[in-house]
Write a protein that binds this ligand. Structure first.
Ligand SMILES: C[S@@+](CC[C@H](N)C(=O)[O-])C[C@H]1O[C@@H](n2cnc3c(N)ncnc32)[C@H](O)[C@@H]1O
Length: 332
């Protein structure tokens, strides 16, 4: 199965780098937690031999359907795709009888088909229903939540997940719109984008160049509605539990909140922040390391020029290790 055979519409970010980071063995078992439109999955399959396997997951039913169509067209028995969130990856692997894997990939955030389809409600540039759920069959849409949340809750979400300094006036404006327009309030992405832009522009001393004033609020609502950070934390833990010794973890993130979680997780699991004996410097009794950090990769200028979405991408890589008798983490 190749990328050309797949449905594209999404330019994979850090493709060569993340595939190299997985150090794919032809007979290995791999888990792509973010199938999207299969850019990374296709590249993994190209490197697998006849006995290799790839399990792919996505929480978006449209992505899973795209994977299903790809499977139908190619009949590739090494590949399976399931509808699941990161927090369900253990159950998904169990359902396939897979105990351990040789590599796990997370390519976080939203795909281009999600962003570019106005009916999904992620984009402030095109008008559509204010939804923002990666899985529209589950949970509350952004609008449903904004219609019932308190002003404080809205401000907290916009401040925490959008790092927006005008979170309080934005929350006040949303609640005022809700009061004035009632049931019909905040129906579309364009309505929210205009409301937020008005608040931000009135307060900004100098307008930001090249950034829509609604960017941070939309990011915040998307992260909140999809519980993206909680999913990531649970998913990283579940992935490491299933990684075989010397198996690789590769995570591509797109903003500092995600990257911080990945960085801190790898630092903790590789002993950088672990408690140590104050005199000998060895790890304190009972501390168990599970990863060795293999570094961070950023996209080159050529990729950013070709694909602006890659601009903020960071790939972090780690390897699963086992403990030696001395208590040091060693790869086996
Ligand atoms: C950036 S896209 C992946 C693109 C893919 N690597 C490709 O080359 O086509 C991220 C995908 O991850 C999915 N996703 C995000 N969070 C998820 C979660 N917690 N569980 C499962 N899938 C998730 C999204 O629905 C989206 O399809």
């Amino acid at each position: 199965m190749t990328l050309e055979q797949g449905e594209t519409g999404h330019l994979p970010v850090l493709l060569q780098e993340s595939i190299a980071a997985l150090a794919i063995r032809a007979d290995g078992v791999y888990l792509d937690c973010t199938f999207g439109r299969g850019g990374h999955s296709s590249a993994i399959l190209e490197r697998l031999g006849p006995s290799g396997r790839l399990i792919a997951l996505d929480r978006d039913p449209q992505a899973v359907a795209a994977g299903g169509r790809l499977l139908e067209r190619t009949g590739d028995g090494r590949f399976w795709i399931g509808h699941a969130r990161f927090s369900q990856l253990g159950a998904a692997l169990d359902s396939r009888g897979v105990e351990a894997v040789d590599g796990v990939l997370f390519d976080l955030g939203v795909s281009s088909p999600q962003l570019d389809d106005p009916s999904r409600g992620f984009s402030f540039r095109d008008d559509g229903p204010l939804d923002m759920r990666m899985d529209p069959t589950q949970g509350m849409s952004a609008r449903q939540w904004l219609l019932v949340a308190s002003e404080d809750e809205i401000a907290e979400v916009v401040r925490t997940y959008g790092e927006e300094r005008f979170a309080v006036p934005i929350a006040k404006a949303i609640v005022a719109r809700r009061r004035d327009a009632g049931e019909s309030a905040l129906a579309t992405t364009a309505e929210l984008a205009r409301l937020v832009a008005g608040v931000v522009r009135r307060r900004q001393k100098r307008p930001e160049v090249g950034k829509d004033p609604a960017t941070r609020t939309f990011q915040a609502l998307r992260i909140f509605v999809n519980q993206e950070l909680a999913e990531l934390e649970v998913g990283l833990e579940a992935a490491v539990q299933r990684l075989r010794s010397a198996g690789r973890l590769a995570v591509i993130s797109f903003h500092s909140l995600e990257d911080r979680i990945v960085k801190q997780f790898i630092a903790r699991e590789s002993g950088r922040t672990a408690e140590r004996d104050p005199i000998r410097g060895t790890l304190a009794a009972g501390v168990r390391l599970r990863l060795r950090a293999l570094g961070r990769v950023l996209p080159g200028d050529a990729e950013v020029a070709r694909n602006p979405r890659a601009r903020s991408a960071v790939l972090r890589v780690a390897e699963r290790i086992e403990m030696s008798a001395s208590g040091d983490g060693v790869a086996q």
